[in-house]
Design a protein around this ligand. Structure first.
Ligand code: CTP
Ligand code: CA
Ligand code: CA
Length: 734
């Protein structure tokens, strides 16, 4: 199928065109469109670059090993990446590490990095494969390498003529249109002038060459005897230039970082991707226009994107074949049995058409951290321990995405819980308008798990996964929002020193180690299920309470109105000097949500419903001065009906579905009041500002430490105490 290293005498697009024509098949318009990355120009040139045996290479490079030695990356007992020397032994992802060692005794087995519970970061652990029950795999090292490679690729391309899309952890697409256009103009000055008669539909002159040098590339043949007889046209010239660029990019990656990769160059993403897998490792494949038909005929269509799953199965079942060759015989009408759109899409796809653009947004849309449990886990406490790891994992990736600088920010958090064959999912919006912190995510995650537990039948659980999604670009020049942010470099420094952002008053490790058992000790020891259920209920209560308090704090911020000042947090022995930026202007009034561009972008589904007709004075059990209108009542999430019940304590109608939770809320508030009272009477060791540190650890569950430090109810918070960290004081967390 390939004609490697060939110089050849080439042709134009049309198979029926005369052998030599005075004009090109392409017009001045086609050429101009190339420069602007048009997806429809027939001169389009797209490349796909895919790293060879990526995770395996990451380990070889990290450990400074000889790349010719067989190496596989192990995950527990299985292999997830096998380098090419090891593949020569017939090893694949389907064998176990034990089987692999039998086949290839000199195989280097490197286990993936793992998070160990209680640790602040993933690490490479000795004999990690033994710890499946207590460790979780981390792909962070590979993501990090992926970013370095992406950066390196971008460096190898001209800054103003690059369009690169990260397609997965080890692949990118590049639209080389603008760069190739630039090279064409340099090499072929005849193309520079305006089109004759200023008519862009005029045909270009033919290329002044009949011979193209493909160097060492695998050039896919046409499958026809006279396929190379027709002279090259500009589409072929564009492919040659693109292949030179791609060769340079691959060389740069190898020289700078030591990785080999393979590439495909063709007229669209689909063909470029199929091309990059065509010859591996360390090779590049060119699929010219004239070779598309032949190239695709050799494939099973189930290898094509979107046809690997259910749709592919459906097509196989309907037409009794899985080859492109045989499917090409089906007329469009037949394919439309799959539906008009699907049929049309399939018809053009197997003919090599794909107008999807290379999307330069390299940002990810969601992040997931998950773990399958063998043996299953059986308690809320165990689940929460895993959530800590998931949150730490996700938060560190969020930081890489620029959440601390408000560049990007997720809008939703999801928990999937699997028990037997049943999967339960819970979702909640991530509060916007305040800095995202690890503590905030942990609180939300815990609350979601608590919801599952309280609903019943949560155990034994065989899989838990946590994800954040709906990433959106932050509004960096919105002072109301931006003012809440810890400044970029400082934030990073805080992160690296373990001093996480607002709301986290201790380094995560300490917290993780100490948090255990608070709920338990508070409610007293009870037997299994009951204890579990109580712990979950307590988390729901605490979460609801903290949501309330968040609202109070927002108001405090409005009142405080300190201009862009930094305010030191209370100090303790472990946490000497965390600083948080306060808003330079007050955030917009919550009731003016529509005027706030940040809130206006919130998708309706992410906005908790607002229940009207609740007098403001009854929305908060605290006394709120009339001059300070409270936020609208926010019922808990997942509300499905507006049927209401009357709460005599609030003097308000509230959603019926939330009755039990609402009563819990009053219970929690009463409890909290009682404790504050006790604190006052008994002189509990809490205070505000510097020196409050150690007391935080003694703060019992259910207490609202921020309110317990002598602030007047509903008070304007002018005391100088930092409000942010108080609500998340350690003692309240499970
Ligand atoms: N990967 C994985 N599980 C899969 C598929 C891929 O863990 N089912 C990981 C592999 O470990 C791999 C990386 O994702 O290193 C990239 O996958 P892919 O490009 O498909 O394979 P490579 O290992 O890079 O091998 P190749 O040279 O064939 O691209
Ligand atoms: Ca790969
Ligand atoms: Ca890949």
């Amino acid at each position: 199928m390939s004609s490697p290293g060939a110089s050849f005498v080439s042709s134009s697009l049309s198979r029926t065109s005369p052998r030599r024509t005075p004009k090109s098949q392409f017009t001045y318009k086609h050429l101009a469109q190339l420069k602007s990355y048009s997806t429809t120009t027939p001169l389009r040139v797209i490349a796909h670059v895919d790293l060879d045996a990526f995770y395996a290479q990451c380990e070889t490079v990290r450990l400074g090993l000889d790349p010719s030695k067989p190496l596989a990356v192990q995950q527990w007992q299985g292999l997830i990446a096998i380098n090419y020397p090891a593949r020569a032994y017939g090893l694949s992802r389907h064998v176990t590490s034990t089987e692999a060692m039998k086949v290839c005794p000199e195989l280097i087995l490197q286990h993936v990095a793992t998070w160990k519970e209680g640790d602040e970061k993933w690490a490479y652990h000795d004999e990690a494969f033994k710890h499946i029950a207590t460790h979780k795999v981390s792909l962070d090292p590979y993501r990090k390498e992926s970013r370095r490679i992406l950066k390196c690729i971008k460096e190898a391309l001209p800054e103003k003529e690059q369009r690169v899309e990260k397609a997965s952890i080890d692949e990118v697409f590049m639209d080389l249109g603008a760069q190739v256009h630039g090279v064409l103009m340099e090499r072929y000055p005849d193309l520079r002038g305006p089109s004759p008669y200023d008519d862009p539909s005029e045909y270009l002159p033919r290329p002044p060459t009949t011979v193209l040098d493909w160097a060492a590339d695998a050039v896919v043949g046409t499958g026809e005897e006279d396929g190379e007889d027709i002279d090259p046209d500009w589409d072929d010239v564009c492919m040659v230039i693109a292949s030179e660029i791609v060769r340079d990019v691959r060389k740069h990656i190898f020289e700078q970082l030591g990785y080999t990769c393979s590439a495909g160059v063709s007229r669209n993403k689909m063909l470029a991707k199929l091309g990059s897998a065509h010859k591996k490792p360390n090779a590049q494949t060119i699929v010219r226009h004239r070779a598309v038909h032949h190239f695709l005929s050799e494939f099973k269509f189930t290898k094509i994107r979107m046809l690997g799953g259910k749709l592919g199965d459906e097509v196989v079942a309907m037409f009794g074949t899985d080859t492109v060759k045989e499917l090409l015989e089906q007329p469009l009408e037949q394919l439309k049995k799959l539906g008009d759109d699907t049929g049309s899409w399939l018809y053009s796809t197997i003919r090599g058409e794909d107008n999807s653009e290379v999307n330069p947004r390299t940002q990810i849309k969601s992040m997931l951290s998950a773990k399958s449990f063998r043996p299953a886990i059986n308690s809320f406490e165990q689940g929460v321990r895993w959530l800590r790891i998931f949150v730490a994992d996700i938060f560190s990736r969020c930081v890489e995405e620029g959440v601390l600088e408000n560049k990007r920010r997720p809008r939703t958090i999801n928990l999937h819980h699997r028990q037997g064959s049943q999967t339960r999912s819970r979702q909640s919006p991530i509060p916007q308008g305040k800095p995202l912190s690890e503590a905030m995510l942990f609180d939300l995650a815990k609350n979601l798990l608590a919801q599952v537990v309280v609903d019943g039948r949560a155990w034994p659980c065989i899989n838990l996964s946590l994800s954040v999604g709906g990433f959106e670009d932050g509004i960096t020049n919105n002072k109301g929002i931006g003012g809440f942010l810890v400044r970029g470099e400082e934030a990073k420094a805080m992160l690296s020193s373990g001093r996480l952002g607002m709301g986290s008053s201790e380094p995560p490790t300490k917290k993780r180690k100490r948090e255990k058992g608070n709920i338990q000790s508070f409610f007293g020891a009870r037997d299994g299920q009951r204890k579990d259920f109580d712990a979950a209920r307590a988390v729901l209560k605490a979460h609801r309470e903290s949501t309330r308090e968040d609202e109070d704090e927002d108001r405090d911020m409005e009142d405080g109105d300190e201009s862009d000042a930094f305010e030191p947090l209370p100090q303790d022995d472990t946490y000497p000097s965390i600083r948080i930026a306060r808003p330079s202007t007050p955030p917009p009034n919550r009731q003016d949500a529509i005027d706030d561009p940040y809130r206006a972008t919130t998708p309706p589904s992410a906005q908790p419903p607002i229940i009207p007709n609740i007098p403001p004075s009854h929305q908060h059990p605290q006394n709120i001065p009339p001059a300070d209108p409270p936020p609208p009542y926010k019922p808990p999430l997942h509300q499905e009906t507006l049927d209401t019940f009357f709460c005599p304590r609030c003097n308000a109608h509230l959603p019926w579905l939330e009755k039990a939770e609402h009563e819990d809320f009053h219970f929690a508030m009463d409890l909290s009041k009682e404790m504050r009272q006790e604190e006052k009477n008994g002189g509990a060791s809490t205070s505000s500002g510097a020196g409050a540190g150690t007391s935080r650890r003694k703060t019992p569950v259910g207490q609202k430490p921020g309110r317990g430090r002598g602030r007047p109810p509903g008070g304007g918070g002018g005391s100088g105490s930092a409000k942010g960290q108080a609500k998340l004081a350690f003692g309240r967390q499970v």
